[in-house]
Every structure is written in structure tokens, then in C-alpha cells.
Design a protein around this ligand. Structure first.
Ligand SMILES: [Zn+2]
Length: 355
């Protein structure tokens, strides 16, 4: 849609007519909220009770006075990931509808049960990871119903989708963006440009996501399997709310709005001067339930076999030494003690040779 707007502007300019684009005349509706051109309205997507209790999803629609792309920004897929949640709250007054081309959907907290329950990874209601149950089910458990609501009301309405994460409450993390390649060259290039516009200087190239739209599992992959450019961003860590972590995500959003031609940014976006491309990765998982002590920090480079940390039992007796599977860098590492068998301990990425 963005390209049509630009093309129209170009044609008008060539004809020597005023280069103004037609004013937006259509309203935009998500769930129970309808917004008129030039308005910003907030409300809730209701997720009614079903096989378990219901919830609601707080969101804001900003509808520009000129038509253009629909950008969905989703925070709080994991409720203990605060920096992106605060970033969208702080962005809300900064995205002024009178200065906006197109429409922004801000999903403030996708997973309210996890946010209010202060849980990492899993919903306190059904024990499921919201970012593994997409596209969701209308009659499933609460996480599946949240996913279904976001798929049908947000992702399917958007042209571009950004799923905003950070290190979870237990994870120390160095900021990076996932660029998920699908094999569709045009779609992949558009997603790559989103990743670059968001401005983080480490980009993980991910070629390993499912391509079935009915088993898309992840938020951003739900967009990609529906032909919409999408990225997942990681800014912040450990349940922290430091100014720098929040503003890093805000600068990323400004970069996207500027890149998509939706808003001239007063806050200079931060395009990465030089990107470190990480061309494959492995999430190292815990072989046992126990107590983890990390021996590396996020951003550290490691050799194959470098000690990432020790796993011990509940008495402090060593169970295992956790080592790097190959040479690369540590994207994140679990930095608080509890860990269950099969849960992530660290993510190690291979640094692309031509960096
Ligand atoms: Zn997350």
C-alpha cells in the first residue's frame, strides 16, 4: 500500500499538480474500537472466557489523516518483557495522527495474564508460551485465544508487523533483531529493510521457522506466512526498565515509521552504521532441572566448547558443564538460578564470515 501512495505522489508530481496525497476518508476498526482519520483511540480487544478464564488486550489505534501502510507493533507477548511495553506507552503520544500517513496499531500488552502474573515464558493460566501457539484457536485455552484474536484482528489487518521482545525476566541479553527468511525474495527483502530500519547493529538471520500459515507458532511468523513483512526485535533484559533500554526500542519504532514513509521523525532514528550479521544460531537447553550459574555475559564471543555455565542440583552439587556448541557470540544467557529441563540456558550465534 505504501508503494501505491508513493507512486500516486510521483504521478501527481509529474503532472504538475499539487503533490498532496488524497486525504484519508475511511475509518479503521479493530475489535470494538473504530477510529476516524486524524484520531488516536485506545481500547481493549476482548478475549472472552472459554475452557478457561478470559482476558483483554489493551491497544491503541492511530489513524493518520492521509492513507498509507498499516503498521502493527506488538509488545508484551511475554509479559515479563517490560522495556518494549514501556516503549509503546511512551510512543503513544509521540505518534500524532495529524502527522501520520497510514495507520499504527499499538498492542500494548499482548499477554496480560503473564504481565499481571509476573511470569516468564508461560501463561499463569494455561502454562503455554503465547509465542508458540500461533495462529491460535477461537475455542482453545487462553493463550490460544489471545493468539487467535491478535491473528485475526491485528496481524491480518496490518501490512507490516513487528513483535517486540527483550530478554525475559531471567535472561541477560544483548540487543538484536531477528530477520526471518522465508524463501520469497520480495518478502524477505522487505523484512530485511525493516530490520535495518529498526537500527540494532546485530541481526540474526533465521531460516528455520515453519512455513505453514496454520501452524505458524510465532507472532511474526504468522505475519510472514500471510505474506506480510515482519521482524522480531530484542531490546532490554531481566525485567529492567532502564531509560536506555526503553528508548532503544522507541528509536527503532521511529526508524520504522521514517522508513515506511509514515512519519517524519523529530527523534533521529539510529540506523546501524555497521551491522554484524549472525547467520545461524542454537538455543542451548538445560539437560536437567536444577540451578544454573552463567559464566559468560551476553555479547561475549566464545570458542567452540567455551564454558557457558554450570548446572547444579538443589544441594549445589554439579550436574553438568554447559558449553558453547560452536564458535560465535552469546545473544542471551539465563542469569537467574532456576531452570527446568529443556528450557533455554543461552543462545549462541555464528558470526557471518563477511562481517
Ligand atoms: Zn519474548
Amino acid at each position: 500500500m505504501n508503494h501505491h501512495v508513493r507512486m500516486f505522489g510521483l504521478v501527481v508530481a509529474l503532472l504538475g499538480l499539487p503533490a498532496a496525497v488524497a486525504a484519508q476518508d475511511a475509518s479503521f476498526t479493530v475489535g470494538p474500537v473504530t477510529v476516524q482519520p486524524g484520531q488516536r483511540v485506545s481500547g481493549f480487544l476482548e478475549v472472552p472466557a472459554g475452557v478457561d478464564e478470559g482476558t483483554r488486550i489493551p491497544f491503541t489505534l492511530v489513524h493518520g489523516s492521509e492513507p498509507g501502510p498499516v503498521l502493527a507493533l506488538i509488545a508484551g507477548t511475554h509479559g515479563y518483557e517490560y522495556a518494549p511495553i514501556l516503549a509503546l506507552q511512551w510512543m503513544r503520544p509521540q505518534i500524532r495522527p495529524e502527522n501520520l500517513t497510514g495507520t499504527v496499531i499499538l498492542v500494548h500488552i499482548a499477554n496480560l495474564p503473564s504481565f499481571l502474573g509476573r511470569t516468564i515464558y508461560y501463561s499463569p493460566i494455561d502454562g503455554k508460551n503465547l509465542n508458540r501457539v500461533y495462529p491460535g484457536k477461537a475455542d482453545g485455552t487462553v493463550s490460544e485465544r489471545i493468539a487467535y484474536a491478535i491473528t485475526t484482528e491485528v496481524i491480518e489487518r496490518a501490512d507490516y508487523v513487528v513483535d517486540m521482545h527483550c530478554g525475559d525476566g531471567n535472561e541477560a541479553l544483548r540487543p538484536y533483531t531477528y530477520w526471518m527468511k522465508t524463501g520469497n525474495a520480495e518478502l524477505d527483502e522487505a523484512s530485511k529493510q525493516l530490520a535495518l530500519a529498526f537500527g540494532l547493529d546485530h541481526i540474526v538471520v533465521d531460516t528455520d521457522r515453519p512455513n505453514d500459515p496454520q501452524a505458524s507458532l510465532y507472532t511474526s511468523n504468522t505475519a510472514l506466512t500471510r505474506g506480510k513483512p515482519s521482524i522480531t526485535t530484542e531490546t532490554g533484559q531481566l525485567g529492567q526498565t532502564e531509560f536506555e533500554q526503553v528508548t532503544m526500542a522507541m528509536r527503532g519504532v521511529h526508524g520504522l515509521l521514517s522508513h515506511l514513509g509514515m512519519m517524519a521523525s523529530f527523534q533521529e532514528p539510529l540506523p546501524a552504521e555497521r551491522v554484524v550479521w549472525l547467520d545461524h544460531y542454537e538455543v542451548v537447553r538445560s539437560p536437567e532441572t536444577g540451578v544454573f550459574r552463567a559464566m559468560v555475559k551476553p555479547g561475549h564471543t566464545v570458542a567452540k566448547g567455551t564454558l557457558l555455565g554450570y548446572l547444579s542440583d538443589f544441594f549445589g552439587e554439579k550436574l553438568a558443564e554447559i558449553r558453547a556448541p560452536f564458535a560465535g557470540m552469546v545473544n542471551y544467557v539465563v542469569a537467574t538460578p532456576p531452570v527446568r529441563k529443556g528450557e533455554p540456558l543461552a543462545m549462541v550465534s555464528h558470526i557471518q564470515a563477511e562481517n
